[in-house]
Design a protein around this ligand. Structure first.
Ligand SMILES: Cc1ncc(COP(=O)(O)O)c(C=O)c1O
Length: 459
């Protein structure tokens, strides 16, 4: 028999430590226990129906009841629930998924893939493979990594060390040595310019100077998200990635694109790097790869990197990395079905069609409320930054409860959004209809208006 609601709420506070939360806070705060999902909607345990404005967590891109993905999972459970892919062992779904993913990424110059269980795994593999690539080429000192401030690359020691937000690092220091950060190409908050192209040039030059300062022969890779997600939805200037590619090439540094959020259609392109017309050397993939149905991460390996491994016949070229559940058959089956729906139904095309109106409508919040500083994003990823003062762009104090209040007001109107620092982050399922997007915008506008009223009343 299912556990009753009060017991679930009590046990959640007692026994479950939530990611990114203080265990004590979970005892005091009301948990949102999500109990059911259908299409772009979820229901909490109290029966409250919500539009899923976060796609689980940038993941449930095909919604919560995609029959082909569900059927593929069930069929796989009947056929082979698990076997490993270590060394000489493999299984049909692992082979089929690798073949299909490489075919999908052929225009990006991808030659092979390896699998893990999520985004953090995919980053770890990319960092490790980039060091091994240089060692194989005889560049034994190339071990350092450079990344962007505000970047987010997961929580393993490597990814955490390249994260550009100290929040995720302080409690677990000391970290991996040899990780350095340059400024984010963030138009709304930077010390240099309000001209996009100039900003792109300035930050790319910073990368150039940092590599030179470190000694190019000590730098393995530069890692960045094509659009920075968790760090506050920072869309770089259009010239940034092409310039970064050129800087990396000039210094023999590998370029790792962390596409955990931007991959598989979220930006209106199948991959975020395609927005910028750039090929990376390694790609980190997760979330939308299996539409969140089963945990899966992948690291895609570009031809340049693969060629060096292919040419090696020594023990140094062996991949001494991988997990029990790398290419788990059920996850692989879910991903194969996901890729088919993404391609057959041209989901990136749908995002490209509905994204601009969605972005434009919510950008108007800046005109309406002086505590909204900036609304930015691309496709179906959007961030709303709240500020203490719109004119001076003074940041919201860390203690401000305004973002949480807006999120709660939205929740009460049937919309789930995510708070990240001073930002509300929206990343609905990619299959969302225009009617559902209208509902999302109506609910969010009403939530902002409610909090604006409350603020005005206490002034
Ligand atoms: C860009 C990026 N990289 C890596 C990760 C880590 O993924 P996971 O939480 O699946 O380990 C995330 C998670 O949100 C992410 O946004």
């Amino acid at each position: 028999m299912a556990t009753d609601i009060d017991t679930l709420k009590r046990d959640n506070a007692q026994y479950l430590w939530h990611p990114m939360a203080h265990p004590q806070a979970m005892r005091n705060a009301r948990p949102d226990i999500i109990a059911k999902g259908q299409g772009c909607w979820v229901w909490d345990i109290d029966g409250h129906k919500l539009l899923d404005g976060v796609a689980g967590l940038w993941s449930s891109n095909l919604g919560h009841s995609c029959k082909p993905v569900r059927d593929a999972i069930v069929a796989q459970l009947d056929e082979l629930p698990f076997f490993n892919t270590f060394r000489g062992t493999t299984h049909p779904r692992a082979i089929e998924l690798s073949t299909q993913l490489v075919a999908l990424m052929r225009p990006d110059g991808v030659a092979a893939v390896m699998f893990g269980n999520g985004g953090s795994d995919s980053v770890e593999a990319a960092l490790k493979l980039s060091r091994q690539f240089h060692k194989l080429r005889g560049d034994k000192d190339r071990s350092k990594f450079i990344a962007l401030r505000q970047g987010y690359h997961g929580v393993h020691f490597g990814g955490m060390s390249v994260n550009g937000n100290t929040n995720f690092r302080r409690n677990y220091e000391p970290l991996l040595p040899g990780c350095f950060h340059i400024d984010s190409p963030w138009l709304y908050r930077n010390a240099y310019t309000q001209d996009e192209a100039e900003l792109g040039r300035i930050v790319a030059q910073q990368l150039d100077r940092e590599i030179t300062f470190q000694g190019a022969d000590t730098v393995a890779a530069f890692i960045a998200e094509p659009i920075q997600g968790a760090g506050g939805l920072i869309v770089p200037p259009a010239n940034f990635w092409p310039l970064v590619r050129a800087v990396c090439d000039k210094h023999g540094v590998l370029l790792i694109a962390d596409e955990v959020v931007t991959g598989f259609g979220r930006t209106g392109q199948m991959f975020g790097t395609r927005l910028w017309g750039v090929q990376a050397d390694l790609w980190c993939l997760a979330k939308g790869i299996s539409s969140g149905y089963v945990p899966l991460g992948a690291t895609a390996i570009g031809q340049k990197v693969a060629a060096v491994f292919d040419a090696d016949s020594s023990a140094a070229g062996q991949i001494t990395h991988g997990y029990t559940y790398s290419a788990h058959p059920v996850a692989a089956a879910a991903a194969i079905a996901t890729l088919k729906v993404l391609v057959d139904e041209d989901i990136p095309g749908h995002v490209a069609r509905v994204g601009p109106a969605f972005q434009q409508r919510l950008r108007a919040l800046v005109q309406r409320h002086d505590f909204v500083g900036d609304v930015r994003g691309h496709g179906l990823m959007l961030g709303i930054e709240m500020v203490a003062d719109q004119a001076s762009r003074a940041p919201l104090p860390k203690t401000s409860d305004i973002p949480a209040r807006v999120a709660r007001a939205a929740y009460e109107r049937g919309l789930m959004v995510r708070v990240s620092g001073p930002n509300l982050i929206l990343s609905p399922p990619l299959v969302i209809t225009t009617a559902e997007l209208d509902f999302l915008c109506d609910a969010l506008e009403a939530a902002f208006a409610q909090v604006a009223d409350e603020i005005a009343r206490v002034k």
